[in-house]
Design a protein around this ligand. Structure first.
Ligand SMILES: Nc1ncnc2c1ncn2[C@@H]1O[C@H](COP(=O)(O)OP(=O)(O)OP(=O)(O)O)[C@@H](O)[C@H]1O
Length: 268
């Protein structure tokens, strides 16, 4: 990964901060579901965090709240120093475009655009072209991601692994404050998946890119700096330096203890 400093990588700073975040669906006392039942979490700049938990434990809701795609029922969500729960739709759209990079399981590339045009999409959506310095960065990313020879190709002319690498380049192109990756290896064979994980690991280690990744895969989670476990809309534990084996054991234990559905009827 190129060694150019990312723009938001001051050490010891927090990229995202959540305090007592509650997300309730349905009506109190009737059909209410607490997808998040009071989550407090700091995401330090430059750290690679994995989020795990049983189905229905609130992982997607947590990511959506962190990315301003969803508004919490109560609590604070800060990106940098800004409380994003107070922003209107226009500001949120701009914030997502400028400060957050997204990587999805389904790649989400635009089929009619070339790889290069897909990578530069965040700039186009912002109504501008990349500056000379940004062009240089994109060129470095393409090189490191092994895409230089593929930039003129459309997604259907690329393998799944190559498409995901284009999505990674797009997510990193603007040097966002935070990259949110939702099961980024879910659609890849194990070799392409391992390659994608290595690239994300390098983005964090070598350029200080902050990454939060939801995964069900203990091996994928083990390459992160920290694993945050969710159960019933709450953080059940946070650990560093876990092996895939240890992560599997924790997941097994959590799915035994937890029914795998969110808390019904009230935040505990
Ligand atoms: N729009 C909604 N309306 C009602 N309940 C919802 C809504 N979205 C999510 N939920 C509920 O909130 C809880 C958490 O959902 P969430 O999608 O965040 O879980 P998850 O951990 O991402 O699950 P998975 O691993 O299956 O994707 C679940 O019980 C879910 O049914």
């Amino acid at each position: 990964m190129p060694a150019a400093a990312a723009s938001h990588t001051t050490p010891n700073h927090t990229a995202a901060r959540l305090r007592d975040v509650v997300k309730r669906y349905g009506q109190p006392g009737r059909n209410e579901v607490f997808a998040l039942a009071g989550v407090s979490l700091d995401i330090p700049q430059g750290e690679f965090t994995a989020v795990m938990g049983p189905s229905g434990s609130g992982k997607s809701t947590l990511m959506h709240c962190m990315a301003g795609l969803d508004t919490p029922t109560s609590g604070l969500v800060q990106l940098g120093n800004r409380d994003i729960t107070q922003l209107g739709d226009k500001d949120l759209t701009e914030l997502r475009r400028r400060e957050i990079g997204f990587i999805f399981q389904a790649f989400n590339l635009i089929p009619t655009l070339t790889a290069k045009e897909n990578i530069e999409l965040p700039f186009a959506l912002d109504g501008r072209k990349p500056s000379a310095e940004e062009q240089q960065w994109i060129g470095q990313l393409a090189q490191v991601l092994g895409l230089t020879e593929r930039l003129g190709h459309r997604p259907n002319e690329l393998s799944g692994g190559q498409q995901q690498r284009v999505a990674i380049a797009r997510a990193l192109a603007t040097r966002p404050r935070i990259v949110i990756a939702d099961e980024p290896t879910g659609n890849l064979d194990s070799r392409s998946g391992a390659e994608v994980l290595r690239l994300l690991r390098n983005a964090a280690s070598q350029t200080g890119q902050t990454i939060v990744m939801v995964t069900h895969d203990p091996y994928a989670a083990s390459i992160a700096d920290r694993v945050v476990f969710l159960a019933d809309g709450k953080i059940s534990r946070q650990e560093r330096g876990l092996t895939p084996q240890q992560i599997s054991e924790i997941m097994l234990h959590d799915s035994d203890v937890q029914p795998g559905t969110a808390v019904q009827g009230g935040a505990r």
